[in-house]
Write a protein that binds this ligand. Structure first.
Ligand code: SF4
Length: 359
């Protein structure tokens, strides 16, 4: 039985129906069944299934991708962009706020394309709308109006979405947290071109500069693939240097792995696993240094922390949570409980790899 990717919430019904038919007709089991939805462009409504201690919740609002990066199978496997209707997202978040959730993280396969299926293909490709409505921004502004929701974050977004108008309006939305996961994938322009990414390092850097103009020490995190086909040692070094130049607060590093059916799978210059491993290790060293530098840069400053859990270490009660920039911190506390948002004074001291602070 082959079931369309956008019918996940109907799998149980489809299988039950099939089993009933098999009971009536034992030969039915030999049939090859294909069930697809009528319109593969539709967004499949799925509500939340993951959450973090009833405080923070990931909400998927978008599916599919039109970008066709040369290493990625997603546009073939998940199809074109489709978005969850704003009313549906708002209703679900209102219900979660009533249950006590404080923080939402909007996620999607290509979040920057949220709501763009209603626009021209030129606008979709540019991740811009001529009428300036920017559906993702409008949705964030609507969510900010929900009582009880204190913090809004997004998953990965593309640097191209970071325009002056976008950042200016976003920065006026005080519930939106200063943490931006901007997919980079490579810090070498040659590699970015072969990856069929639609920006270069100069545009990426300009997006980061814009964020730093509107936010105080925003957290800028990213994904980088090392060992892409044909990546020379020089290109890798460019990438490593670019990561230092941007000053990421965290980097998710992936050694390139072949996806059958993608253009990159057939590119010349496939690299040996040892080379990929070595580059991942060297970039990890850069990452660790940058992350520690970023976290320590708040030494002596007050940040606001959402308490997520209470841990007892050697008889001492600690409240543990994240700052607005998503820096994990813990502080000695007699009475704070999960869900409270408190100002703390950060330090550079660590306990169990977590920054210590004082309330
Ligand atoms: S890497 Fe991201 S942007 Fe590129 S094709 Fe895959 S899902 Fe789309």
């Amino acid at each position: 039985m082959l079931i369309g990717n956008r019918l996940k919430n109907k799998v149980a019904d489809i299988v039950n129906n099939y089993l009933e038919k098999c009971l009536d007709d034992p030969l039915y089991i030999t049939k090859k069944i294909t069930v697809m939805n009528d319109d593969e462009e539709d967004y499949e409504e799925l509500t939340t299934i993951s959450d973090y201690k009833n405080l923070r919740v990931d909400i998927k609002i978008q599916d599919g991708c039109n970008q066709f990066c040369s290493y990625c199978i997603i546009p073939y496997a998940r199809g074109r962009i489709s978005s969850r209707k704003p009313e549906s997202v708002i209703n679900e978040i209102k219900g979660l706020a009533e249950k006590g959730f404080k923080e939402v993280v909007l996620t999607g396969i290509h979040l920057s394309s949220y709501g763009l299926e209603d626009y021209s293909s030129r606008e979709q490709a540019a991740l811009r709308t001529d009428d300036g409505s920017m559906p993702l921004l409008k949705l964030i502004e609507q969510i900010a109006g929900i009582d009880g929701i204190e913090r809004i974050r997004t998953g990965s977004v593309e640097p191209r979405i970071i325009t002056e108008e976008f950042v200016k309006r976003l920065s006026e939305c005080t519930k939106f947290m200063p943490h931006f996961h901007l997919s980079l994938q490579s810090g070498s322009d040659g590699v970015l071109k072969r990856m069929n990414r639609k920006y270069d390092t100069m545009a990426y850097e300009a997006a980061c500069d814009l964020l730093r103009e509107y936010y105080y020490k925003p957290s800028i995190t990213t994904d980088i693939i090392v060992g892409f086909p044909g990546e020379t040692e020089e290109e890798f070094c460019e990438c490593n240097e670019f990561a230092k130049k941007i000053g990421f607060s965290a980097i998710h590093i992936f050694p390139y792995s072949v996806r059958k059916g993608t253009r990159a799978a057939d590119m010349p210059g496939q690299l040996d696993n040892n080379v990929k491993g070595d580059r991942a290790k060297r970039l990890s060293e850069t990452e660790e240094k940058l992350r520690l530098e970023y976290e320590s840069s708040f030494d002596g400053e007050y940040r606001s922390v959402l308490v997520e859990e209470i841990n007892e270490i050697e008889g001492v009660r600690y409240a543990v949570g994240h700052t607005e920039e998503y820096v994990k911190t813990m502080f000695v506390s007699e009475n704070e409980s999960p869900g409270s948002i408190v100002p703390v004074k950060m330090s550079r001291q660590r306990l169990n790899n977590t920054i210590l602070s004082e309330c």
